[in-house]
Design a protein. Sequence first.
Length: 434
Amino acid sequence: MTPREVTPTHFPNLAATLFADRTVIAFTPATNDVAWAASAAWAAARAVARAGRRVGLVDLSLERPALHPGATDSADEGIVDAFVFGVSMGHVAREQEPDLYFISVGTVPTDPNQVWANERWRRLARGFRQEGALLLLFVPPAALPRLNLELDGLVVLAPVGYAPDGLTFPGIGERLKRGTPLIAIVCTERSAPRPTPPPRRPSFGLRPPPRRPVVRPGVIAAVAVVGLAAVLAVRFGLGSDGSQPAAVAEEPVPDSFAGASAAAAAAPAAPAAPNPGDSLFYSVQVAAFNRADQAAAYAQDFGGADAATVSPVRLGRQGLWFRVIIGAFPTASDADSLLRAWWRRGAVERPNGTILRTPHAFLVGREATLEAARELAGGLRRRGVAAYIVPAPDGSALVLVGAFEAPDQARAADSLLRLTGLSATLAYRMGTRR
């Protein structure tokens, strides 16, 4: 698979979904501009934390620390003091903002291999994996082969045109030969960069209205015009947004992580439906608009795509945004394959498109046959409800509305559905692949 090449502007918007199924990821600078690379790593870490996942960012540039200029708080002791001299991890981990913790280098070691090759990395990784947290390591290229840890992915921070199989930084090539996945190459520059919306919290991959895709309208669109109810929601600000934070491991993850987790406000209850084996938790966001009519018009150009919908989501001070979301897939790789196919055909302009984990949707009906489900969905679309169909393994079909990353994120859509008089239940998306 060709690695995703993105700019620093776009990468924070992609990071949360690119890292969704991974626990331990290394950032490595294939450039002399280490300060720029460190800034890019900080931006990605903050974006993931603001999306609701606990993040630990560790500086492993042991001989020349790189991340401390971006920290709002750091201890004199760091990862070296914890691994070599027995200082508590809870002492060296410092909270930068909600869900984001930073561990500096601390004491400069006489032998960096005491840290890079330390057995404690594996225990630490198991703790993060158990609790669904994310461990981000900023590692010099030469140290990658010496790191005593299986990485779930590698992000290379490099100039435009960098080839990961080149000889400039052999440590990167050696790690890739071991089977470490290359998640992305974040480039220092790109000609004529596309504009992006102002900074926001949380970051869910929104972009300003992109150019309309060249996909021709299909025969029967699986997407609805959002309608008057959505316009009312924009005007009166219905709904709110939230995300379900993941707890962080008690041991050996730093105690300060666990304390923050216990103090976090309880997230809304998940849908009562079980987490099924035939779940369809992934989709592709192709655009997002702050006007319902723009989102609906854009979505109609994807009429030939399955399971297309418009999901209203409130993003803090940014107000209500309308996401154009396509597809329902069991894995992130399946969604990524669709996005890359669109890129190749020119249906979506590179690097637009974001893979989202959207396990939740509103269930508005279950029909015994696909034909009956199409009739129900068609009637809902004529009423201005963004309904779509997901076939079930038993031959029946579900009629769903929206696609959401967390239950609390669905509040705006719930308000809109109530305005239309519909009775809907928030449930897990499940069925056969769309």
